[in-house]
Design a protein around this ligand. Sequence first.
Ligand SMILES: CC(C)(COP(=O)(O)OP(=O)(O)OC[C@H]1O[C@@H](n2cnc3c(N)ncnc32)[C@H](O)[C@@H]1OP(=O)(O)O)[C@@H](O)C(=O)NCCC(=O)NCCS
Length: 166
Amino acid sequence: MTHYFLRPFTLADYPAAYALWERTPGIGLSRADEAPAIARYLARNPGLSFVIYDEHGALVGTVLCGHDGRRGYLHHLAVEPTHQGRGLGRLLVERSLEALAAADIDKCHLFVYVGNARGQAFWSHIGWTRRHDLVVFSRYTPGREPPAGRTHDARRLPHETDAPQT
Ligand SMILES: CC(C)(COP(=O)(O)OP(=O)(O)OC[C@H]1O[C@@H](n2cnc3c(N)ncnc32)[C@H](O)[C@@H]1OP(=O)(O)O)[C@@H](O)C(=O)NCCC(=O)NCCS
């Protein structure tokens, strides 16, 4: 039986985490996932994001979690395919939700690509409510638009070619 080690996400985990995100369908990447932005995110949200390593020292799971003082948000829940189905995804989510509750946050939201049916089934299965009363709107801040014809996205799924980055 494999032994796993869960601990808070630090910047030292970033290279392996980014590599996992890059090869995980359903995870959208953009300039907001480059090291300076993730460093800022972790500094603003200490103790809310987690990683799991296996007994050989390989990173096998991640979740990013933060809050804005009112609501929590989860991003980039990913488990290495060969380690899926062992409760690691659920564990990562539970730890982040517990940390949010300890920070007096009542509720957490997350974004799932419309094309990520598997991801949506997972969230429903572990007790999250799909919202039908909300639509997400996004806009770049002044001067931060990508050059014409380009996006900030590092990678997209084939079915997400028109999806905006989160
Ligand atoms: C979604 C993901 C993180 C799940 O990780 P995991 O470690 O395999 O999940 P767990 O083993 O903790 O599963 C917890 C429960 O959910 C169930 N489950 C897992 N994947 C499921 C799916 N796609 N549909 C329905 N149920 C699912 C498991 O059977 C388990 O059920 P149980 O506890 O009642 O026995 C993983 O499949 C993944 O990395 N997917 C790609 C990235 C992704 O889509 N992330 C979400 C982006 S929003």
